[in-house]
Write a protein that binds this ligand. Structure first.
Ligand code: NAD
Length: 481
């Protein structure tokens, strides 16, 4: 069993307190490693190292900072297979998915923001009265990046890459449930020779290492992706210190299927939107709203395909549904299925723990589950489950579909399925969501603003949005007339 280490000041070191946390393999339920249970002292060390590195890193030309990110991207790409296996073992996701999506996307994040480092430009505004403004954008200093377990390396790099590209030094805290790829990334930083202190990775629990990072007076901004309740806690701690905050939180995303959709691709893609990564993607469409005329046909075809999903050892090449990330999460998801039953829902397929034999006999698998017959306001249809559980609901008009879609406290993503272009634009304009897809799902362009409204968060990531977040703007106004 391996002991992972923190990466501080260019070195791999154990936690100051000598406390450790077990890391489990969700597919088997077995302990596979230990990760530092870091506390305030470790965060203090990391923040000190980061500030020491800041003067040199922030004055390194953007093009050169970009070259560091490109070097790291090349190393991640070289180790793609090893990282994909580590991600699958840590998270329970199919290894084929980690190979096809998670690790290539980490490479893309690093390359994308490597280019941004040299292309980010300041704005200039000329005034008719004879003056010109220009806006200087400087790095913030030391920033904190806190990432979740569902897309571990993918979201870790999505935060650290723009932060570093802008000239900040970073203290990152990955999820304690899936620390492996962030640890392997630390090793790659050492191999690349990244200057010590530029990136520091401190492992540990949210209320310990996470809170210490958020509250540290010398951490100028916090970029956080995770649950809404955690986001509220972070906001409450950071607000009195006037830190910059980016909060990417939970969702309860609607999928709006109209009777005039292109049936075959709609069923295929809404299935993917519901169950990719076991439904553990913040963008997953977990409430499928279907126009009544199409309801029965859609439901029967959808359920037949859900039944055919292959739930096996995530290490099998053909696995389509892996394990849930932890035993606690397994119990939470099963609890929601029980709640749906109590609320009068009819389970059309799934509905319980899945028993995958062999090596995975004790793994944390849940059968992909489809439920109908629930009211829009019930808890099952209002709260984020974040697992392989979706509900189906018929609607009778465009107005009703929009009302159902908008009728939760969340507003992260939505998708619309229709061949009527006017309707697609009309409905898209009325949806309360940060990301709206039409006849597609999770088609991602890294330049577009990514984030949610209402309880799905605050601020936007992606493209220039991320570069603006990680810099401080100072405007200079010069009168020449
Ligand atoms: P979580 O909030 O439990 O944890 C996320 C990270 O925050 C972890 O690193 C955790 O250790 C840390 N943390 C926990 N408590 C903390 C605290 N009090 N202070 C500081 N840090 C703390 O979330 P999770 O269970 O890891 O992830 C699942 C959630 O993330 C879901 O709600 C999902 O929708 C959301 N998510 C959102 C997006 C998005 O882009 N909006 C993307 C992925 C996941």
């Amino acid at each position: 069993m391996k002991d992972l280490a923190n990466y501080i000041d260019g070195r791999l070191i154990p936690p100051a307190s000598s406390g450790w946390l077990d890391v489990f393999e969700p597919a088997t339920g077995a302990i596979q490693a230990r990760v530092p249970d870091s506390r305030k002292d470790d965060i203090e060390r990391a923040v000190t190292a980061a500030w020491q590195a800041f003067p040199a890193w922030s004055s390194t030309p953007g093009l050169e900072r970009g070259q560091w990110l490109l070097r790291l991207a090349d190393l991640v790409e070289r180790d793609l297979e090893k990282l994909a296996q580590a991600e699958s073992m840590d998270n329970g996701k199919p290894v084929s998915l980690a190979r096809k999506v998670d690790i290539p996307r980490a490479v893309a994040n690093l390359r994308f923001f490597a280019a941004a480092a040299s292309q980010f430009a300041s704005e200039s505004h000329a005034m008719e009265s004879g003056a010109i403004n220009y806006t200087l954008r400087s790095p913030l200093g030391v920033v904190g990046c806190i990432s979740p377990w569902n897309l571990p390396l993918y979201l870790f790099t999505w935060k650290i890459a723009p932060a570093l590209a802008c000239g900040n030094c970073v203290v990152a805290k990955p999820s304690e449930l899936t620390p492996m790829t962030a640890y392997l990334f630390s090793e790659l930083c050492m191999e690349a020779g990244l200057p010590p202190g530029v990136l520091n990775v401190v492992h540990g629990l949210g209320p310990n290492a996470g809170t210490a990072l958020v509250e540290h007076p010398q951490v100028k901004a916090v970029s956080f992706t995770g649950g809404t309740r955690t986001g509220a806690d972070i906001a409450a701690r950071a607000a009195p210190k006037f830190k910059k905050l980016s909060l990417e939180l939970g969702g309860k995303n609607p999928t709006l299927v109209f009777a005039d959709c292109d049936f075959e691709p709609t069923v295929a893609e809404t299935l993917r939107a519901a169950f990719l990564n076991q439904g553990e993607i913040c963008l997953c469409g977990s409430r499928i709203l279907i126009e009544r005329g199409l309801y029965a046909r859609f439901r029967d075809e959808f359920v037949a395909r859900v039944r055919a999903l292959r739930q096996t050892d995530p290490m099998d090449e053909n696995c389509e549904q892996g394990a849930l990330v932890s035993e606690a999460h397994l119990q939470k998801v099963l609890g929601y299925i029980e709640l749906a039953r109590k609320e009068g829902g009819k389970i059309l397929c799934g509905g319980g723990r899945a028993m995958v034999g062999g090596r995975c006999a004790n793994g944390w698998f849940v059968e992909p589950t489809v439920i109908e017959g629930l009211a829009a306001e019930c808890r099952t249809n209002q709260e984020e489950i974040f697992g392989p559980v979706v509900t189906l609901m018929p609607f009778d008009s465009e107005d009703q579909a929009v009302a159902y879609a908008n009728g939760t406290p969340y507003g992260l993503a939505a998708s619309i399925w229709s061949q009527n272009t006017s309707r697609c634009h009309r409905v898209a304009a009325r949806l309360e969501a940060g990301l709206i897809w039409v006849n597609c799902w999770m088609l991602r362009d890294l330049r577009v603003p990514m984030g949610g409204v209402k309880q799905s968060g605050n601020g936007r990531e992606g493209g220039w949005e991320a570069m603006r977040f990680f810099t401080e703007a100072r405007n200079v106004c010069i009168k020449y007339a």
